[in-house]
Design a protein around this ligand. Structure first.
Ligand code: ADP
Ligand code: MG
Length: 361
């Protein structure tokens, strides 16, 4: 009747399988998930962790929707109170990036999805035991109109105002990727040559796992079998990967499971998609796009991706009987199946805005 819990597969991020021969790994719990750094020796891993653990903590104190004193929570508490709130540089940066992606995706990515997250029970300890009325749903959906965010990026300091009580900024779809980029920048600045940063499945690679390997091998989770991967590829220096899945956070209301990614056009959690993985030049972009493409699905998603050169995607529709990976061409040619040929792979590419599908060889 009520809900199950938030994070189902903590240790099973994209690298939870198929990362090849053992490398040194240090991991810890933060931001409601597992963070890890891999390196060529335990000493390097620990040194890296010392540098990046405080960064992740700082991002959490800014963006957590669970901590009442976080900057984001304070912004949300000021909604409808006619106060222009000054933003820290980090929050200003992320709000600007989030609004840009909201605009480009026509709201598939929505930084005001917070009212719907609350409606569906993701911000409480327990989800509601029954669905609320359609009117209440439409009320929560109206509060998610991101066009109404008043954001003043050129004022000093940058300021923001949410004009209606109940409006809730939620940057959960982009903040972890942003944190990973901060870690990447810090590590490269101090001269780290080989490391893989992982924050709850948001990855960014520096160098290689061992001499001559050419990068870091990364697995694509099979969303239908706990702890197993279906394919892998080699992440090269600087590349980022993020995965959004309906299997990681969900609520159960009246015996039905609802995932944590909202289609704000309907006010309901997205259905039909099990997982989306994105490869991008930065972790922030990979994170934001994995959520956006989860909402858009492959047809609209592949057209949308034309605005993001250097980004590739894999969609896994929610069909456990027929594990299918729909891949953009750039990632299709880099994937190798793990174990038996256990999935159907198709290449999807955009031509004149119409998606074309073809069997991979
Ligand atoms: P995870 O946080 O599990 O890595 P995502 O990066 O896909 O997964 O982010 C999902 C989170 O983003 C949700 O938990 C919620 O906080 C927020 N969110 C939900 N729907 C949307 C949406 N349509 N656009 C932007 N953010 C969303
Ligand atoms: Mg995301």
């Amino acid at each position: 009747m009520t809900r199950t819990l938030a994070v189902a597969a903590l240790l099973l991020t994209a690298t939870g399988c198929g990362s090849g021969p053992a490398v040194a790994r240090s991991q810890w719990f933060t931001m409601g998930t597992v963070a890890a750094i891999q390196a060529q020796s335990m000493e390097e891993a620990k040194k890296g962790r010392e540098l990046i653990q405080p960064l992740f903590e700082r991002v959490n104190t800014l963006f957590s929707t669970w901590q009442e004193t976080s900057e984001l929570s304070r912004l949300n508490q000021a909604a409808g109170k006619n106060e222009l709130t000054p933003l820290s540089p980090e929050v200003a940066t992320l709000v600007a990036a989030a609004l840009q992606i909201a605009e480009a995706s026509d709201g598939a990515f929505n930084p005001l999805a917070g009212s719907l997250m609350s409606f569906w029970g993701f911000t409480q300890e327990r989800a509601p035991s029954a669905l609320s009325s359609e009117e209440a749903l439409q009320e929560a959906r109206k509060l998610a109109d991101w066009h109404r965010i008043q954001f003043y990026p050129t004022s000093t300091p940058v300021r923001l105002y949410l004009p209606h009580p109940g409006m809730k900024l939620d940057l959960g779809a982009i903040a972890k990727g942003y944190a990973v980029d901060l870690a990447y920048n810090t590590l490269t600045q101090v001269g780290t040559t080989n490391a893989l940063i992982d924050l709850g499945g948001n990855l960014r690679a520096i160098g290689e796992a061992s001499p001559g390997r050419g990068g870091w091998r990364t697995g694509i989770r099979n969303p239908f079998v706990d702890g197993s991967c279906t394919a892998q590829f080699l992440m090269t220096n600087g590349e980022a990967v993020a995965t959004s899945g309906n299997y990681e956070r969900f609520v159960e209301i009246a015996n039905k499971r609802y995932g944590h990614i909202m289609d704000v056009r309907t006010g309901r959690p997205v259905t039909g998609m099990a997982g989306v993985t994105v490869v991008a030049p930065s972790a922030m972009l990979a994170d934001a796009l994995s959520t956006t493409l989860f909402v858009l699905g492959p047809e609209a998603g592949v057209a949308f991706l034309k605005h993001y050169p250097g980004c590739e995607a894999i969609w896994i529709p929610d069909n456990p009987e027929k594990l299918t990976l729909l891949c953009t061409p750039g990632i299709a040619k880099r994937l190798t199946p793990i174990g038996q040929k256990q999935f159907i792979s198709r290449v999807i590419s955009a031509k004149d805005n119409n998606a074309r599908w073809s069997e991979a060889e």
